[in-house]
Design a binder for this molecule. Structure first.
Ligand code: DGY
Length: 433
């Protein structure tokens, strides 16, 4: 255990950059990513709180005038990544940060609960509260942005307009949306497949779709109302909204600890509306799980993914629904031949145990599920998720994602994507502490 923690700390320190942020991994992801930074700070908080504070302060420093926080902050030039700052062109938005180049899309809003996790871990709580007081309004402004500009039906749920905003980049969930689009066959040079075997990454055609949505958003200068009207991709994502709801809860707790309660009533109002909206709109009675919702087609996307279970972490389901959710999880994902928790329904013909978000186990999702299961008293399964996460890293190394099939883990290394991957290291530290 001590040895694993030491290795994890070495990886995080090695990926730390002079600009005050940590890259997800060398070569493949050479900038600061929004939700990566959040998970990274949780790990750093255990051994170097100053670094964790810097990580989040640097991210929030890139906030736009309207409260938006971008998914990638391009602190530096790098030719190992595509698509870079020159493709995303945040300068097209009049509201963008003047200080940093960034993307014009976001990622799951984890920062609120990350601040609360840092507080939980902190030994010197007074000192950390002083830091939180300097940052918390920025996170609040980010939530206000979601409720003002991303909730088109006024139901407490924020839309995403790009698969990269979901964090679950090439999930089979999006396959039917791609069928509604017909993007040009763009000419570009991929970089990811020079770092990682192409069989573990999205296809060229998938990248055409990803770039096409960016081009449409750029035509509208990243204006949310226009994106909501014109983006071919417009989805309510259960993971994204569960992270927003969990972060609302954390902001309420932290503002109370600070004795600064002016914004609590607004947060509570958002929270109530979001939890209701989530349960009304995203619950699927036949699948007994939360699912994604396609706002373009005005119809649910009826597949079970690890995102379906993230609602537990945010306390969204009633105990009765949580019991059903657990049954669905164990029935579809929990067989003895599998490590928990595959990212996509292992019984579906769209499941691929090797390919990015089409099936592999991710440590950040396992961390969310572990904490969510504990919240509802599902302690045995929570323990299994933790042990499976540790076993996968011990067997294969600190990879980005892992093959969930136990049998193949016995005979070959089935850690995929980037190696020495920051959030796998950071969250393992938290799981082991
Ligand atoms: C990638 O390049 O695959 C990133 O995950 C996008 O955020």
């Amino acid at each position: 255990k001590e040895q694993l923690i030491k290795q994890a700390i070495d990886i995080l320190n090695d990926n730390f950059q002079e600009g005050g942020f940590t890259i997800p991994c060398k070569g493949l992801y050479p900038f600061q990513w929004k939700w990566d930074s959040g998970f990274i700070a949780i790990g750093q908080a255990h051994y170097d709180m100053e670094k964790a504070k810097t990580e989040i302060a640097t991210l929030l420093d890139a906030q736009w005038e309207n409260g938006f926080i971008p998914h990638i902050v391009f602190h530096n030039e790098s030719d190992t990544y595509f698509p870079g700052a020159d493709v995303h062109r945040s300068d097209l938005s009049p509201l963008a940060s003047k200080k940093y180049k960034s993307t014009g899309m976001t990622q799951p809003p984890v920062t609120g609960f990350v601040l609360e996790e840092m507080y939980r871990i902190a030994e010197d709580k007074e000192n950390l509260l002083k830091y939180i007081a300097t940052q918390i309004d920025k996170v609040y402004d980010n939530h206000a942005y979601f409720y003002t500009h991303r909730d088109v039906n006024n139901e407490g749920l924020a839309f995403i307009y790009h698969n990269w905003e979901s964090g679950t980049d090439n999930s089979p969930i999006w396959d039917d949306i791609w069928k509604t689009m017909n993007p040009p066959d763009y000419t570009f040079e991929r970089r990811d497949t020079t770092h990682v075997d192409a069989s573990q990454r999205p296809t060229k055609r998938e990248y055409d779709h990803y770039l096409n949505i960016i081009e449409i958003a750029k035509e509208h200068n990243y204006n949310d109302a226009k994106i909501a009207a014109h983006s071919p991709f417009l989805v309510l994502d259960p993971l994204f909204n569960a992270m927003l709801i969990k972060s609302n809860e954390s902001l309420i707790n932290l503002y109370r600890l600070l004795g600064n309660t002016g914004k609590v009533a607004q947060l509570e109002a958002w929270q109530k509306k979001s939890i209701k909206g989530f349960n009304d709109k995203l619950w699927d009675d036949t699948l007994n799980a939360y699912v994604h919702y396609d706002l373009r087609k005005d119809a649910p996307i009826r597949f079970v993914t690890s995102s379906s279970f993230s609602a537990l972490y945010a306390g969204i389901p009633s105990q009765e629904r949580a019991d059903l959710l657990l049954q669905t999880m164990m029935g579809k994902f929990g067989g003895e031949e599998l490590y928990l928790c595959a990212s996509f329904d292992p019984n579906s013909d769209r499941f691929d145990p090797k390919k990015y978000w089409r099936g592999p186990v991710w440590i950040n999702m396992n961390w969310i599920l572990h904490n969510g299961l504990k919240r509802y008293g599902f302690n045995d399964v929570a323990q299994r998720v933790k042990e499976d996460s540790i076993a996968l890293i011990e067997k294969n190394g600190f990879f980005e994602y892992f093959n969930p099939i136990k049998k193949v883990n016995e005979t070959e290394n089935v850690g995929y994507g980037g190696n020495n991957f920051s959030w796998s290291a950071a969250l393992l530290i938290d799981l082991l502490k």
